[in-house]
Write a protein of this length. Structure first.
Length: 492
């Protein structure tokens, strides 16, 4: 059983999705999804423990040895991502029963859980595969199920948001697969490790540079890198609350991981950082995201849209680690994958509870809500402090590593930009805090009460994680450092 854990990471959610589609009953589908989601962190944790003790795992599918057969390959980098996705899925599922029941019609609830498990399967598949084309297959499995999850939102604008995401996602997938096709034409292989070895022995030709360009732009669309983020605000704003929390915490993070894998493991220094101005491009786009998206977030009236633009800004911090391309900076980018998932997942769960009680997340209608839902809005404040990067929270750890990485590169001015962008976070988070705690009660908030326990506990777990991992970094920053070391081996 231990030897087959990589396969189980994919097979279990896939079978769970089939069962949910067959039972056609919302309650049973929720129970199946919860059971599957709770199994995933156990599998991912065992895999990561094995990687940290014994090194990278190579699992050949169907008895065909790589590079000719399909390979699942896990090292510290994707083992960390597998654990992140699995933990988020496990934590949010108790929350799902009431939230999905309130927002989705009874006849569609089983389909919602089917799509959720397919999305989980796809995201785990992208993270675990060692093959460029299979990464595309799993990426599309997760994307297609995501379109359906968004379209199930009760607001009619959810259909438009899903359609926008479909168009942009399809363009991104097409660009990615063109790049993979060029890569296969030049190397004759799709296996990540094998392609990396063959590229290292070749001259950097125009087709290889074109492959890098197509893959990077395609993945940039998937991860919503500024200015290719136009699909994200509506998708997050109008999707069901649970879907928003899950996607905000996981989907873009997986696309970032895949970009890291191509840049550092597959192409490496030989073909990318020496031949293309990628560090300059990522640096410019990261700074633009940190400031541009944060400024737009300040003026949003819908709090979910505000947090969606905040996510675009936070992705800028992650890609800033790629731009720095040193051990400390890349560690900061990778650890922010985990930290942002915890804090943004918590914030969207809070908003899901607000929507459950009030039926709205418009900022003016939340006036005085802190008096009626003190624990819920207290959770928002703590997770918001982590978004800002307050010392003692997980968000501070990420920004500290990025700042030190910038200083190591001699970019002292970048530290000031990190601080300035964090001050913009103070404005939009502070705007919500001021409304919910310091204004008179609105009519909508008058009859509100604390969210149910099965919704409150998952939210508080994620909030507690943002504080705990701001104090004890032995799990997050240490593993992120190991992952950064493994990735940087590809550019030496």
């Amino acid at each position: 059983m231990i030897e087959n854990l990589p396969a189980l990471q994919i097979v279990i959610p896939l079978l769970g999705a089939v069962l949910c589609a067959l039972v056609r009953h919302g309650g049973i589908a929720w129970a199946i999804s919860t059971l599957v989601s709770w199994m995933m962190p156990v599998v991912a944790g065992l895999i990561l423990a094995q990687v940290l003790s014994d090194g990278a795992i190579s699992y050949a599918m169907g008895g065909w040895a790589p590079p000719f057969g399909i390979e699942f390959r896990i090292d510290a980098a994707n083992g960390f991502v597998l654990l992140l996705i699995s933990v988020v899925g496990a934590v949010i599922m108790p929350y799902a029963r009431r939230s999905v029941g309130a927002e989705i019609s009874r006849r569609n609830q089983a389909w919602f859980y089917t799509m959720y498990l397919l999305c989980l399967c796809g995201l785990l598949g992208v993270s675990i595969t060692g093959d460029a084309f299979n990464a595309f297959v799993f990426l599309e499995v997760s994307s297609l199920s995501t379109y359906a999850l968004i379209a199930l939102g009760k607001d009619r604008r959810a259909l438009l948001a899903a359609y926008q995401y479909l168009i942009m996602g399809t363009i991104g997938a097409t660009l990615y697969v063109i790049g993979v096709g060029l890569l296969y034409t030049m190397t004759g292989s799709l296996n990540f490790v094998d392609v990396a070895a063959r590229i290292a022995d070749m001259e950097t030709t125009r087709p290889i540079l074109a492959a890098i360009a197509f893959i990077m732009v395609g993945l940039s669309l998937k991860l919503a890198l500024f200015p290719l983020h136009v699909w994200l605000p509506n998708a997050y704003a109008y999707a069901p609350s649970l879907a928003t929390a899950f996607l905000a915490a996981t989907a873009t993070k997986v696309a970032v991981y895949l970009m890291l894998r191509f840049l550092f493991t597959v192409f490496g220094l030989h073909a990318t950082f020496e031949n293309l101005p990628l560090t300059e491009i990522f640096l410019a786009l990261s700074i633009a995201a940190m400031f541009g998206a944060s400024i737009v977030a300040i003026f949003q009236e819908n709090v979910k849209r505000m947090l969606a633009y905040s996510s675009v800004a936070q992705i800028g911090y992650i890609t800033l680690g790629i731009a720095l391309a040193n051990q400390t900076g890349l560690t900061g980018g990778i650890v922010h994958l985990f930290n942002h998932a915890m804090m943004k997942g918590a914030l969207f769960l809070v908003l899901g509870a607000v929507a459950f009680r009030l039926g709205t997340v418009k900022i003016e209608e939340l006036a005085g809500l802190g008096r009626r839902m003190p624990v819920t809005m207290g959770a928002f404040v703590v997770a918001g402090l982590s978004i800002i990067g307050t010392p003692g929270t997980a968000g501070f750890i990420s920004k500290w590593y990025l700042a030190v990485g910038a200083l190591e590169q001699g970019m002292w001015w970048l530290v000031f930009l990190l601080v300035a962008s964090s001050l913009l976070s103070v404005v939009y988070i502070g705007r919500v805090v001021e409304v919910v705690w310091f204004r008179p009660l609105s009519e909508k908030a008058e009859g509100a009460r604390e969210m149910p326990l099965d919704m409150l506990v998952p939210t508080l777990i994620l909030v507690a994680a943002t504080v705990y991992f701001g104090i004890d970094t032995s799990l997050t920053a240490d593993i992120a450092s190991s992952a950064a070391s493994a990735l940087l081996e590809g550019v030496k």
